[in-house]
Every structure is written in structure tokens, then in C-alpha cells.
Design a protein around this ligand. Structure first.
Ligand SMILES: [Zn+2]
Length: 142
């Protein structure tokens, strides 16, 4: 079972993690399946059989990088990476099509998404290019 939507605190970066060759920051590991679901031309991409990671830094153009220092940039994806876009229509939740503006305007959307994840109706592990639950990307309401 996937644990993508357990609402635990973010763990400190694992020292075994590889760092983005562009900005030098560690990223969370993603599956080859996730990458293939977001690549523009997945049939032209060759899985080198290494571990792949997601770079969530908004300033960095790299989305995925491998243990072999191979990189996949935003331009190579067919999916928009919401955490790398500071625009109102940037996608936040990929399972239910929630934009950043939606989430800002209506705080109850977050409750809806939480309820869906509770009922295992989400597919963040594949639908979200980060391979992880979108709830941490929701804008905070005070
Ligand atoms: Zn990066």
C-alpha cells in the first residue's frame, strides 16, 4: 500500500539521498512510474536503472534527477509542476484538479481533499509529479 498521504511531518533529508546537480539540494525519491506519467515523450526516455528524485525547489528548473546525475527539466514534462510556478492557476492537487487560486478562495477544499485521502480516493503517488501527497502544498489559511 502506498503511504503517500499519511499526514506526518516531513522527515529531515536522508544522508543517502542524492542531491540535485543544479541547486545541490536533496530531494524525495520518486518511482519510474511517476516519472513516465509526467514526461512529454516517455517513449524517448530511458530508465538507467538508478534511483530518481524530485527537486521541489521553485527556483530550480530541474524536476527529476538520478543517482547518475541525469536530469529531467520542466520543459520535458507534459504536466505543469505547481510548486515551481508562482501563478494563481498553478496546480496544487492533481487528483481533484485544485488550483492555487481555488485553494486560497475556498478553505473547505482542503478538508475535501483530506477526506478523500482518508478514504483512499487519491492517487498522488502517480498523479502528482512530486510523487507525494499534495496536502503539504496547500496554501495555509490562518
Ligand atoms: Zn533542483
Amino acid at each position: 500500500m502506498s503511504d503517500c498521504c499519511t499526514m506526518t511531518e516531513e522527515k529531515p533529508p536522508n544522508p543517502n539521498k542524492h542531491c540535485c546537480p543544479d541547486n545541490g539540494r536533496a530531494g524525495a525519491e520518486v518511482s519510474v512510474k511517476t516519472i513516465a506519467h509526467h514526461l512529454k515523450h516517455p517513449w524517448t526516455w530511458r530508465d538507467a536503472g538508478v534511483r530518481y528524485f524530485f527537486c521541489g525547489d521553485p527556483e530550480c528548473n530541474v524536476v527529476y534527477f538520478g543517482d547518475d546525475d541525469s536530469v529531467i527539466t520542466r520543459q520535458q514534462l507534459r504536466t505543469r509542476v505547481g510548486v515551481k510556478e508562482a501563478v494563481p492557476d498553478a496546480p496544487v492537487c492533481y487528483c481533484f484538479g485544485v488550483s492555487h487560486a481555488d485553494a486560497v478562495q475556498d478553505a473547505s477544499i482542503r478538508e475535501y481533499v483530506i477526506e478523500q485521502t482518508r478514504q483512499q480516493q487519491c492517487s498522488c503517488d502517480v498523479s502528482n509529479p512530486s510523487g507525494r501527497c499534495c496536502l503539504k502544498d496547500f496554501p495555509r489559511h490562518s
